[in-house]
Design a protein around this ligand. Structure first.
Ligand SMILES: [Zn+2]
Length: 364
């Protein structure tokens, strides 16, 4: 498997039914450059954009005269957009009842510039496996934050760049856990070269540092806006001020600016602290955990330094963890391992819940 070969789910900003559009990146040659804790590659690639009508596909019917196939729903919609007098002058299509309708999705293939970026190593106890909803959320959030920063740095509209993620199995490293990469492409055919430019390792590093307020005009503004009040206080996952726009509507429930910043820090430094002591996580936990435990009839406590809810009657404890911490016992964080050990020593049953889950599903 080459660096580019994995199938990718793709989403960008499109004016027409953004929920329905998915694209896949075709094969392209490429050799990733490793730098700090990220790897990045760029170049021209073929992007396959698929419109499957929100998963329903389109129903084409043949008209009675000639070999022409029409989606009646689209015809009716176009008709409804015309002024009333013109509507009356148009006769609807006569369909050939003897021809069986065809169910199809629509696709377009475009060549454009793409940058692909991944994270080389996750710390012990952290998982970036996109099969986990929290890690998938982190990858998409990372992608959309990179796009927002790129739009600011390049002074272009976000709609000029499309974002997707590409799940990967790294066959070069035996038994490496599944991970993913983001890809960003110029949305116009034979694009303007933005992705190629940003995909240069030094430029990509600069973009990452921009998001952390470390370099460039407006960099501090960009970062401080996210982590300071009022945004930090008001935005427990994502909002239109940080990561959401019309074009990424399908991903709104997943998007999370805190996870995006975690990914940026991790891309720059394999030893970055991916835990709840980060100020933007600890304030969220302080605000959310007490009400969360109360709503579930647990009394709030801590276990090995982690926030936990305890149900004395049931002898059960619920331990709150960072969204990217691996729930797999073979890859526990030391904090999780000792919290679990303490619970077990007292004969309690234990459950792990991520803060991501607690914020989104306060009664589960
Ligand atoms: Zn926000």
């Amino acid at each position: 498997m080459t660096w580019w070969a994995a199938e990718a789910e793709y989403n960008g900003s499109f004016e027409f039914t953004p929920r329905a559009l998915r694209a896949r990146m075709g094969h392209a040659p490429g050799t990733a450059t490793q730098r700090l804790n990220f790897e990045v590659d760029q170049g021209p690639a073929r992007i396959h954009r698929v419109n499957d009508n929100g998963g329903d596909d389109f129903l084409f019917q043949k008209i009675s005269v000639g070999d022409i196939w029409i989606v009646d729903q689209a015809f009716q919609r176009a008709l409804a957009d015309l002024p009333a007098d013109r509507q009356r002058a148009i006769r609807g299509p006569q369909y050939d009842a003897s021809a069986a309708p065809l169910t199809r999705a629509l696709a377009s293939i475009a060549s454009t510039d793409v940058l692909v970026a991944g994270i080389k190593r996750a710390p012990v106890g952290v998982t970036l496996n996109p099969a986990m909803p929290e890690a998938r959320a982190a990858w998409y959030s990372f992608g959309f934050l990179v796009r927002r920063a790129a739009a600011v740095v390049l002074d272009v509209a976000e709609s000029e760049l499309d974002v997707g993620i590409q799940p990967i199995m790294d066959m070069r490293t035996p038994f490496a856990p599944p991970s993913a990469r983001i890809f960003i492409s110029d949305s116009l055919e034979n694009g303007a070269g933005y992705s190629t430019y940003l995909g240069e390792p030094a430029e990509f590093e600069r973009l990452l540092r921009f998001m952390l307020g470390q370099t460039g005009t407006n960099s501090a503004l960009f970062h401080d806006f996210l982590i300071n009040n009022p945004h930090e206080h008001e935005c427990s996952s994502s909002c239109h001020r940080c990561l959401r726009d019309y074009g990424n509507m399908a991903y709104h429930p997943l998007l999370d600016w805190r996870l995006a910043l975690d990914m940026v820090r991790l891309a720059l430094d394999p030893a970055a602290a991916i835990d709840l002591t980060q100020p933007y996580w600890s304030t969220l936990v302080q605000r959310t955990a007490p009400a969360y435990f109360q709503g579930l009839n647990y009394s709030a406590t801590t276990l090995a330094g982690l926030p936990a809810g305890f149900d004395a009657g049931a002898g059960e404890v619920l331990i709150l963890i960072h969204p990217l911490w691996d729930p797999d016992q073979t890859n526990f964080r030391p904090e999780v391992a000792s919290a679990v050990a303490r619970a077990e020593a007292r004969g309690w049953r234990w459950k792990l819940r991520t803060v991501f889950h607690a914020v989104r599903f306060p009664y589960e």
